[in-house]
Each structure stands twice: as structure tokens, then as C-alpha cells.
Design a protein around this ligand. Structure first.
Ligand code: ADP
Ligand code: MG
Length: 253
């Protein structure tokens, strides 16, 4: 996509769980090669918004468009194939398998199929192809030196980076990250921020949910703030920090 063009647009999206309106009238855009922080107090609807964009949950109404086409109503696998990659709030890796194997497995799963189905469909040719692709992504994120180390031996910061490598195997142009900095040491956060900026320079857009304000304020080009399922503010980090509605939401929440 052209730098600066809209790649994701969330338009009047609503999500109801029975009588609970979790997302109401949500509207925002993400541009190519832009890093956007989605923030807000607990229960604001951030994870639900991610689940709607990635097709894990259906929208109740509204439209989500990605790279020009509607993706609301598509299943999660198709959305990944269109170019939306994601990581999860909690680390999903198999500790005794190597970094490379974990990344290759994710490349195969592409978000939806279960591990057993994946195991059954692995043939040698497919395996070789996946390992090659995975090795490329492992090097791209700077984990080349620990490629053959069991994933469980890595520090949390490197495990999060491993998960990004896995998401990169599906060749995304938009990466959705749910709390990537949670629990990381300062040095690990800096390494993560550096990686995300490097991906941005390659043209990747990143939408991240993050509670660590220093991290997200320092990294994001723009912030979208949610409270009670609605967007309450949107803008540059420096302006959001001084926004009265945002301050009230955090003090009240
Ligand atoms: P956040 O990620 O901002 O903390 P969530 O998106 O997890 O917020 O939750 C928003 C609201 O939707 C909360 O009130 C939560 O309890 C509710 N919610 C989230 N997922 C479900 C679900 N699958 N079923 C029912 N309610 C849900
Ligand atoms: Mg959440």
C-alpha cells in the first residue's frame, strides 16, 4: 500500500453481548506504515475491538474494511490471508520446541487450525518450506542467534518477539499486538520498540493495545482512546496526555 493511505477502517461498529453493549459507534482508521495505540481503562472494549477486526467475533453492526475490501463477516483465516497479523495477550508457545519450530508452527497454523490438525497435515515438503520461511522471519526480528534454543528458555521479552516473528510469517501489512510490553523489563521494552519501528520503516502498520503508558506514548504516532465501548479521544500522544476526557476516564477507572 501507498504510505499514508488508509489500510484499515472501522466504521460505526457495534458489538453486543446479550444486553451488554461492549462496542458502540466505533470509528477510526489506520494508515499504511502507521503505529497506532488503542488505549483505555479495563473493560473499555479494546480486546473486543481486536476480536472484531481479526474475525474472532462477528460485529453486531457496522463495517470493517481492510485494504479496500470489507472484512467483517469473513472468517479469521481469510482475514489473516488478506494481510492482518496478530499476537495474543498471553504467550502461546511450546516451551520444549526450538524458537525456529515454534515460529514454523505458527506459520502453518495461520491463526485458526488446531495443533493436531496441523500435525496431521505436515508433510516433509511442507515442513521444509515452513522452516525456511520461519528462519527468515526469526532472523528478521533479531533472534537468529537463539534459533535452535528451546523457546521456554528465552526471557519473556524474547518470547514476545518470537510471537511477532510467527505473525510475520503470514506476510501481514497490519500487525495487531495485544499488550506486547506487559511484564517486560525496560531493556526488553526498548528492544521491542526498536523492532516495531524497524517494521514500520519496511511499511508495516501496527495497531497495539497497551497499558504501559510510557511505552505507548513513546512509540505510537497516534492514539485512539476508548471508554465504555466508545471512542472518547483520538490524536497525537502529546495532546492525548493533556486531554481532559482522557484524564477523567483514567482517574475514574
Ligand atoms: P478491554 O480489553 O478494554 O479491557 P474487553 O474488550 O475485554 O475490554 O471487554 C469489554 C466489555 O465486554 C467488558 O464489559 C467485558 O466484560 C465484555 N465482554 C468481552 N468479551 C465478552 C464475551 N465474549 N461475552 C460477554 N461479554 C464480554
Ligand atoms: Mg483486554
Amino acid at each position: 500500500p501507498e504510505p499514508g493511505s488508509v489500510i484499515l477502517s472501522v466504521d460505526q461498529v457495534r458489538k453486543q453481548f446479550g444486553g451488554l453493549v461492549a462496542i458502540n459507534d466505533m470509528k477510526f482508521e489506520v494508515h499504511a506504515a502507521e503505529i497506532i495505540g488503542l488505549i483505555g481503562p479495563n473493560g473499555a472494549g479494546k480486546s473486543t475491538m481486536f476480536n472484531l477486526i481479526t474475525g474472532v467475533l462477528p460485529v453486531s453492526s457496522g463495517e470493517i474494511r481492510f485494504a479496500g475490501g470489507r472484512i467483517d463477516g469473513l472468517d479469521a483465516r481469510r482475514i489473516v490471508q488478506r494481510g492482518v497479523g496478530r499476537t495474543f495477550q498471553h504467550v502461546h508457545l511450546i516451551p520444549h520446541l526450538s524458537v525456529l519450530e515454534n515460529v514454523a508452527m505458527g506459520a502453518h497454523l495461520r491463526g485458526t487450525a488446531g495443533p493436531i490438525a496441523a500435525a496431521l497435515r505436515f508433510d516433509r515438503e511442507e515442513e521444509a518450506r515452513l522452516l525456511h520461511l520461519a528462519a527468515e522471519q526469526v532472523r528478521r526480528v533479531g533472534l537468529g542467534e537463539v534459533m535452535h534454543t528451546p523457546a521456554g528458555n528465552l526471557a519473556l521479552g524474547q518470547q514476545r518477539i518470537l510471537e511477532i516473528a510467527r505473525a510475520l510469517c503470514t506476510d501481514p501489512v497490519l500487525l495487531l499486538l495485544d499488550e506486547p510490553a506487559a511484564g517486560l523489563r525496560l531493556q526488553e521494552k526498548n528492544a521491542l520498540a526498536e523492532l516495531l519501528r524497524a517494521l514500520q520503516r519496511e511499511g508495516m502498520a501496527v495497531l497495539l493495545v497497551e497499558h504501559d503508558m510510557d511505552f505507548v506514548m513513546g512509540l505510537a504516532d497516534r492514539l485512539v482512546v476508548m471508554e465504555f465501548g466508545r471512542k472518547i479521544a483520538e490524536g497525537l500522544p502529546a495532546d492525548i496526555q493533556r486531554d481532559e476526557a482522557v484524564l477523567a476516564a483514567y482517574l475514574g477507572g
